[in-house]
Design a protein around this ligand. Structure first.
Ligand SMILES: O=C(O)CCC(=O)C(=O)O
Ligand SMILES: [Fe+2]
Length: 484
């Protein structure tokens, strides 16, 4: 079953598929209208025929005429039958069958999760987010996702807005009660008291609360449901409370990059003769580990080509399980769509890009991994991690990921940063720029722990990146990686 999450490709696909559906429906409606018109015309013709016969009357006497009339009457039925069964319009519907999975609620499920993730990560109150109807839907999904605090957040909000918005029909207070009571029973905390204390119309519901409460109590205590852990808990588990918090703060507030004696911008030719005409715009971000931004190193026409190449083939991003054996779909650590480009698909163009990367990084791309394209949609993120492999997990032929070259294919305003929580650094997503950093100490190839980085959950827009990892093998290094 298709996972309809919030990346640009998925949204475009959903839009296109729905568009196809409506074309089919339009075609169906036209065929039906035509059929009904034909049916109407035919019935009118039969009436005329009948009136004609009636006035003549003589058909009752002539045996040939009787036979003719009866045959005609039979013919009428065949014709009517054809028009009623309407094969053509039914056939038009077959085109919809293959997209059947569009009519399920799973379509919004991942968008809900993305919204909830953003809400928890950035600590956004539900009141700032939507109207009563959406709040109600959010409460429902939170209940289904075993997220009782989410239910409370959204149901309380739905109650309040239901009142202030003149009680829209999309909000059913009975259902809200049911959600809240379930969550109360589940967590052992009586959320109803909170609602009753804060709500203006509580009397009329008190009785219902009681009823639901008893109902749920009987049903739910039997079930040993597992509560979902929220995104921050997953982050804390993986990188520790302090760093998770630093990451969150960086994503939330950003930092201004100040120029110090270690941090400068310059035109860089790297002693390449032809770069005198078109030097790289190099910006220092950090010295230990070395992090730099190269502005305008990927051109608009290239970006368009890359996106076109990847568009149809993007797959949900997966992460390695703790034991490193399996790939898991775990949206709380990473969510987005990914495609690893086959360079053979576009040799003529990647040759030039490889050369460019070699000129601004000074490292060979001969042993690099394939280019990886990622598209993050609403709520898309990547938990802080190291790009280098743990000891023992390196590539046997080429060693470890020495350098990361991360291209931004879109601008993202005010969020969607690449953040380095241990360095208190963010890099804004700037179309055409490449963020480059060393994952390993250049002197001995040991892992640079401070390169821990992640992608902030995306609050708006879409973020596209392309990554190229350069390996130890084939570089001029002061150590031999095979003897590390
Ligand atoms: O999207 C980003 O900003 C970071 C991506 C990243 O760290 C990775 O793909 O390894
Ligand atoms: Fe990374």
């Amino acid at each position: 079953i298709q996972r309809w999450h919030t990346s640009q490709i998925m949204l475009t696909k959903l839009y296109d598929v729905q568009n196809d559906h409506f074309n089919v429906l339009d075609n169906y409606a036209n065929l039906e209208t035509k059929r009904l018109e034909e049916l109407k015309n035919y019935v009118a013709a039969v009436y005329e025929w009948r009136d004609n016969i009636k006035t003549k009357k003589q058909f009752l006497h002539d045996h040939m005429d009787v036979f003719k009339v009866m045959t005609q009457m039979l013919q009428h039925y065949f014709q009517i039958d054809d028009l009623i069964k309407n094969k053509k319009s039914l056939e038009a519907f077959k085109d919809i069958d293959e997209h059947k999975d569009l009519s399920g609620e799973h379509i919004v499920l991942l968008a809900h999760r993305a919204l909830r993730r953003l809400q928890l990560f950035y600590a956004i109150p539900a009141s700032d987010m939507s109207a009563a109807c959406e709040c109600c839907v959010m409460a429902k999904y939170c209940l289904e996702g075993n997220d009782p605090y989410g239910v409370l957040d959204w149901a309380v909000e739905a109650y309040g807005k239901w009142e202030s918005e003149g009680r829209p029909e999309c909000v059913d207070p009975d259902i809200l009660n049911y959600y809240i009571v379930s969550s109360s029973v589940y967590t052992g905390f009586n959320f109803m008291n909170l609602i009753i204390l804060s709500g203006p119309n509580y009397q009329e519901y008190t009785e219902k609360f009681e009823r639901y409460y008893r109902l749920m109590k009987n049903e739910l205590f039997e079930l040993e449901k597992e509560s979902t852990t929220d995104i921050m808990e997953v982050y804390e588990y993986s990188i520790g409370h302090g760093i998770a918090n630093d990451f969150r703060n960086l994503c939330k507030h950003g930092v201004s990059r100040t120029l110090t004696k270690y941090s400068k911008c310059r035109y860089q030719t790297n002693n390449l003769f032809y770069r005198i005409l078109m030097p790289f715009k190099e910006e220092d971000i950090n010295s230990e580990p070395l992090i730099k931004i190269y502005h305008d190193v990927l051109y608009d026409d290239e970006i368009l080509k890359i996106k076109t190449l990847a568009l149809e083939k993007m797959k949900d991003a997966k992460v390695k399980s703790v034991d490193g054996k399996n790939y898991l779909l775990e949206e709380k650590t990473r969510s987005g769509q990914v495609y690893w480009i086959f360079e053979v698909d576009a040799v003529e163009y990647f040759d030039a890009l490889n050369t460019r990367i070699e000129s601004f990084t000074g490292f060979s791309t001969k042993t690099a991994e394939r280019y990886q394209i990622v598209n993050y949609g609403l709520g898309g993120h990547y938990i802080p991690h190291h790009d280098s492999f743990a000891k023992g997990a390196e590539n046997v032929k080429f060693g470890n990921r020495l350098v990361t070259v991360l291209f931004y294919l879109t601008d993202v305003q005010n969020d969607g940063y690449t953040s380095f929580p241990m360095l208190n650094i963010i890099a804004p997503a700037e179309k055409g720029a490449a963020l480059v950093w060393n994952n390993l100490h250049m002197s001995n190839g040991q892992k640079f722990y401070e390169t821990l980085h992640g992608s902030c959950p995306l609050l708006k827009g879409n973020k596209w990146i392309m990554t190229r990892w350069l390996y130890e093998e084939g570089q001029h290094l002061p150590y031999n990686w095979k003897n590390k």
